[in-house]
Design a protein around this ligand. Structure first.
Ligand code: SF4
Length: 566
């Protein structure tokens, strides 16, 4: 294993240093035991680090193709099954029938089903009709028709057999899609503005940077062993439409008064346990330099990131300890070899929704049409029909969004009504209620091994109930539902965040329910929702609780006061 590429200055120095020696911008002392490579600590401090040192996660592909797919599930090495297969987007899914109360007490192998979730990465949310058709076909043929749009623009399939994986890769890669580093301690999908290159109000199109980063670094061994996952967001939209505040690194479109359009650099955002919003480094980055700066930030994470405890290994902990000034200094001095220009902060976006749902004019005079499935849930047959609609009404381009929605691009004005009718006939709303528009749910107990409660079906039921009870409710609202204390559905930055756990009902029974978080927000006045002390609702009470809350908000709000300000 070659832990450092020759290109990283700090790494070069660190690579020659004896174990435990401080090098470059690092310090000894209290970080001595964090397993930072740049400090000369190469001895793995936990089982995950050992697995990565034993063999690069990317190497598992050959074994999948030549051994596991031939010999079946039982032939899979446990270190590959629960570790390296993630480097190719594969997770074992939860064995059916295990209730949430047993999640924490069972051993991993007792929770593992012999089927997999497969995550297809869709960088920038950019899809063509032929790609969507292929995902639809794979879903129908190999995934029992499952297909969920995630809140990071990916599409996830379930019920995948190991025997079918090589054929699935062949089909996906045949149309330019991949599952490479869709999971694992790697640079995950790069989220990008779903309206990049077409929006009338766009500041700058980040697509060339997304493509270059993808082509140069995804699947490269330079960044295939990071301390943990690494999330990237790039958007030149003034709508701030990629949740940049909760990514490890984000490039946010701004106009520099002298230098013109470019990107404002943010680092260190992340939710889950110990949620933190990203911080600005005050640096302006031109489009052409985004890949180099991105590689510098990932390099810092690889070299200085903490590798002792998994729950302290995200970049946000290093940024919290260093502060933005020191982080920028190390980036400039050790990774870029030059100073970055100072730059302005993004401005407050005008609209309250950032999801691009509805019919909107493009800058070329055509239209894009965003629509809302319920909680991101689609299926293979519907994806195929959406692909046909896009082929018949647009130029064949589609996008996924970070709100679990989709968009058809390049629709001529006289074809919009026909497309809207076609989507609505599939149950995909172009003018959805605020509840359908604003509700997201993670995978939950149906497939996720960490889940304690059901999420998707609960979310769908909640939407239906609120639409029936509050048909004239018209205020933007976000309701995010997680199946466990992790944050896959971003509960901490929702108006109403619901964290799945077992709660006690009024008969004293342990039942599925949620801890309530209220008042989270993103945008230029971001904040993490308040965990309402002691406020837990059972899953059955959820529609009643949310209805009461919304009615009170509507009655008490002053002027344009948003839910988070109330
Ligand atoms: Fe699974 Fe928890 Fe993430 Fe939901 S939030 S997908 S239950 S890990």
């Amino acid at each position: 294993m070659r832990p450092f590429p020759a290109t990283a200055p700090a790494a070069r120095r660190a690579g020659g240093a004896p174990e435990g020696t401080a090098v470059a911008g690092g310090r000894t002392g209290r970080h001595r035991g964090e397993g930072q490579w740049a400090m000369g600590h190469f001895t793995p401090l936990n089982a995950n680090e050992q697995t990565k040192k034993d063999d690069d996660g990317l190497n598992v592909r050959t074994r999948i193709e030549t051994v596991y797919a031939q010999r079946g599930f039982d032939s899979i090495d446990p270190a590959d099954l629960r570790g390296r297969m993630r480097w190719w987007g594969l997770y074992t899914q939860r064995r059916p029938g295990i209730d949430g109360g047993r999640t924490a007490v069972l051993e991993p192998h007792e929770l593992d089903d012999e089927y997999f979730m497969l995550r297809v990465r869709i960088d920038g949310g950019r899809l063509t009709v032929s790609q969507l058709r292929t995902i639809g076909e794979v879903s129908e043929e190999f995934a029992r028709g499952t297909a969920d749009i995630t809140d990071r623009q990916n599409i996830q399939l379930h019920w995948i057999r190991i025997e079918d994986v090589p054929e699935i890769w062949r089909r996906l890669e045949g149309v330019g899609l991949s599952t490479t580093e869709a999971c694992g301690d790697t640079p995950r999908v790069i989220v990008g503005s779903p309206v990049a290159g077409i929006a009338e109000d766009e500041i700058i199109d980040g697509t060339p940077a997304i493509e270059e980063i993808h082509d140069r670094y995804i699947g490269s061994r330079e960044f295939s062993n990071l301390p943990r996952k690494f999330k990237t967001a790039i958007s030149g939209s003034p709508q701030l439409d990629v949740v940049h505040e909760i990514n490890d690194v984000a490039f946010v479109g701004v106009r520099h008064p002298e230098l013109g359009p470019g990107f404002d650099l943010w680092v260190g955002g992340g939710l889950s346990t110990n949620p933190r919003l990203g911080v600005r480094l005050g640096a302006w980055v031109p489009l052409a330099e985004v890949p180099e700066v991105w590689a510098g930030v990932v390099g810092i994470f690889r070299d200085y990131g903490y590798r002792r405890l998994r729950n302290r290994a995200r970049l946000k902990f290093l940024v919290a300890d260093w502060g933005p000034e020191r982080f920028r200094q190390v980036l400039q001095d050790e990774y870029l070899g030059r100073r970055l220009a100072d730059g302005p902060a993004p401005e407050q976006p005008a609209g309250q929704w950032r999801d691009h749902v509805g019919v909107h004019r493009q800058r070329d005079g055509r239209y894009y049409v965003g629509f809302a499935p319920r909680v991101g849930r689609m299926d293979g047959a519907t994806l195929t029909k959406v692909a046909e609609l896009a082929a018949g009404h647009g130029s064949g381009r589609l996008r996924t969004t970070v709100e679990q929605k989709m968009i058809v691009l390049d629709v001529a004005g006289d074809r919009v009504a026909s497309l809207v009718n076609g989507l609505e006939a599939l149950g995909l709303r172009v003018n959805p209620s605020p509840f359908r528009r604003g509700t997201m749910a993670c995978t939950g107990i149906e497939f996720c091994k960490l889940a304690i409660v059901e999420t998707k079906a609960r979310g769908e039921l909640l939407i239906e109930e609120l639409e029936r009870r509050l048909p004239d409710y018209d205020q933007p609202i976000s309701v995010n539902i997680n199946g466990c204390p992790n944050a896959c559905a971003r509960i901490q930055v929702a108006d109403i965040g619901l964290k799945g756990q077992l709660v006690t009902d009024d008969q004293g029974r342990q039942v599925e329910g949620y801890q309530v978080h209220l008042g989270g927000a993103l945008g230029l006045e971001p904040g993490l929702g308040r965990k309402v002390r002691g406020l837990k609702v059972t899953a059955d009470e959820l529609p009643d609780y949310v209805e009461r809350l919304l009615l009170r908000y509507r009655a008490e709000r002053q002027g344009d006061e948003r839910f988070a300000q109330w």
